[in-house]
Design a protein. Structure first.
Length: 180
């Protein structure tokens, strides 16, 4: 059965079709949530809430992107919302007037593993960590990240540049990054 057919059945509140979509995407969405939350119980909760939200709002799904991409955005937003709800105090810096330098170099030594990079990303401040993770790990572009995090395009690029700089410093202090 084609995915479009399953989605259309879900729009008619077909529980079998919902279970089929859930089974198809739950493991992948769990992995997405785990990359943000680092806790299996929290990730399971976020995935469940994300599927509930997706099925409640499936009428809004227009097929402009794959169902998986649409669902992934819900999981990412739910994960970030969950993390924000655990934070008692955050300070927002107005980055609207900041100039962004172009620096697309993300190279590190060949010996650096993805686990080492992921561990280093965890060490970034929250506002940089989310942008770097969404860009490097989840593959979103600046416009998508700006929309997900509800920040300006300029703030997104600034945070990505600064986050990348801090990420390189973390890796450099661990003697992982190429010195240039």
């Amino acid at each position: 059965m084609f995915q479009i057919d399953i989605v259309e059945q879900c729009k008619r509140n077909d529980r079998k079709a919902q279970l089929q979509l859930y089974n198809q995407y739950c493991q992948g969405m769990f992995c997405v949530a785990m990359r943000f939350l680092k806790n299996e119980d929290d990730a399971e909760d976020v995935v469940q809430e994300s599927f509930i939200k997706a099925f409640l709002r499936i009428g809004q799904y227009k097929g402009e992107v794959t169902f998986g991409a649409w669902l992934k955005k819900i999981v990412v937003n739910k994960s970030i919302d969950f993390l924000k709800s655990k934070q008692l105090k955050t300070v927002e810096l107005d980055e609207v007037y900041m100039h962004v330098a172009e620096d697309e170099d993300w190279s590190v030594e060949d010996t650096v593993t993805i686990n080492e990079v992921m561990h280093a990303i965890i060490g970034l401040p929250e506002k940089y960590r989310y942008v770097v993770q969404l860009f490097l790990v989840e593959g979103y572009d600046h416009n998508e990240i700006s929309e997900i995090l509800d920040i300006s395009y300029t703030a997104c690029r600034t945070r990505l540049l600064r986050g990348k700089g801090q990420l390189k410093e973390i890796l450099k202090s661990s003697k992982y990054v190429a010195r240039s």
